[in-house]
Design a protein. Structure first.
Length: 139
C-alpha cells in the first residue's frame, strides 16, 4: 500500500485561473498614472540618521523596568496597597507604592551627583543593542 503525502501549501500555491479575483476592481490606467504622479510629487524626503535631530528626553514619560525583589518586600508592598485601598484610595497600585518608596529614598539621600557621561553612553548603547535584538525576527 502506497503512503499518501499531504502538501498543506498546494492549495495556496496553485491557481485555478490566471486572473486574480481582485482584478475586477482595478482602476483605469489613466487614474493610476495620475495617482502615481501625485505620489511622486508629494513624497517626503527620506531622512537619514544624520538629518534627524535627537529627540528630547521626556522626564514624565513612564519607563518599563524589571526588578528582582525579596519575597518579604513584595508581600509588604502588597500589604501597603491593600490597606491604602481599604482606606478609600481605590486607585492606589503597586506602582504607586514603589514610586512613593523611591521618592522617599531620593529625598533621604539628598543631592546625589549625576553619573559620568561615559557611563550614560555605555548604558544607552547596551539598551539600544537589546532593543535591536528584540526586533529581529525569530523565523
Amino acid at each position: 500500500m502506497e503512503k499518501k503525502t499531504t502538501d498543506l501549501f498546494r492549495k495556496a500555491n496553485t491557481r485555478r485561473s490566471e486572473r486574480h479575483p481582485l482584478d475586477n476592481f482595478k482602476k483605469d490606467n489613466n487614474e493610476e498614472q495620475e495617482e502615481q504622479e501625485e505620489a511622486v510629487v508629494n513624497t517626503p524626503v527620506r531622512e537619514t540618521p544624520k538629518m534627524r535631530e535627537p529627540e528630547p528626553e521626556v522626564e514624565d514619560k513612564p519607563v518599563r523596568q524589571s526588578f528582582l525583589l525579596d519575597y518579604e518586600v513584595m508581600e509588604k508592598i502588597k500589604d501597603i496597597v491593600y490597606y491604602e485601598r481599604r482606606n478609600g484610595n481605590f486607585e492606589y497600585s503597586q506602582k504607586d507604592a514603589i514610586s512613593d518608596g523611591i521618592k522617599a529614598l531620593i529625598d533621604s539621600k539628598g543631592d546625589v551627583p549625576q553619573r559620568p557621561e561615559a557611563e550614560r553612553a555605555k548604558e544607552k548603547h547596551r539598551s539600544d543593542r537589546i532593543k535591536k535584538a528584540k526586533r529581529k525576527s525569530r523565523f
